[in-house]
Design a binder for this molecule. Structure first.
Ligand SMILES: Cc1cc2nc3c(=O)[nH]c(=O)nc-3n(C[C@H](O)[C@H](O)[C@H](O)COP(=O)(O)O)c2cc1C
Length: 184
């Protein structure tokens, strides 16, 4: 088990969003402080309550969830993060990160944090292979954003091919690797 770290777990609007529950649970069991930030669309796929209970922390779903303090919560999350993990990450969030947009909490944290960023994409294979997405991925890799997957297999949209979320165990191994690297 690695030392306890602050992990911001971004969850976006993919059919694989339910797998974020396992990720949140496993990261929390490893002793990490997990702060889930959901896009509005992600809340169509999995409830904030599920992720709140599994992460044992409040879940952010809007830039305007700022009831607790004068200090903008998203900036605090960005400042305190040891890792920004987005799993599953939609084509839309990949594009927003590449463009540097900040019209929701997750994309604002992406701009404001200096923590390493790990993205586990999940989408239809044609969306993943589209030149626009591939260009966005290259842009982010050039900025040292790391990617885990997607993997090949049967997709929820009915196609067989690339686009599945990388297995949770593999994402957890990558998280351990990044956190250990940052420590040394
Ligand atoms: C049933 C369903 C499944 C979807 N699955 C995905 C997906 O796996 N990956 C993806 O990039 N978009 C997927 N989408 C489309 C996104 O939800 C849509 O682009 C949305 O605007 C993403 O918002 P967000 O990136 O802010 O979460 C899906 C949409 C629906 C209705």
């Amino acid at each position: 088990m690695s030392d306890s770290k602050n992990i911001v777990l971004g969850v976006s609007g993919s059919i694989a969003a339910f797998k974020a529950a396992d990720l949140a649970s496993q990261l929390t069991k490893r002793g990490h402080s997990v702060h889930v930030v959901m896009s509005q669309d992600a809340t169509e796929f999995i409830t904030p309550l599920t992720l709140q209970v599994l992460s044992k922390n409040p879940v952010t779903t809007s830039l305007y969830d700022e009831k607790e303090s004068w200090h903008p919560g998203h900036i605090q999350l960005a400042d305190e993060a040891d890792l920004l993990l987005v799993a599953p990450c939609t084509a839309n969030v990949v594009a927003k990160f590449a463009l540097g947009l900040s019209d929701d909490t997750l994309s604002a944290i992406h701009l404001a944090t200096r923590a390493p960023v790990l993205i586990a994409p999940a989408m239809n294979g044609k969306m993943w292979l589209h030149p626009a997405t591939q260009k966005n991925v290259e842009t982010l890799k050039d900025r040292d954003v790391e990617f885990m997957g997607p993997e090949e297999g049967m997709l929820a949209c009915g196609y067989e091919g690339i686009g599945r979320l990388w297995p949770v165990d593999g994402i957890l191994e990558k998280v351990d690797e990044i956190l250990a690297r940052e420590k040394s």
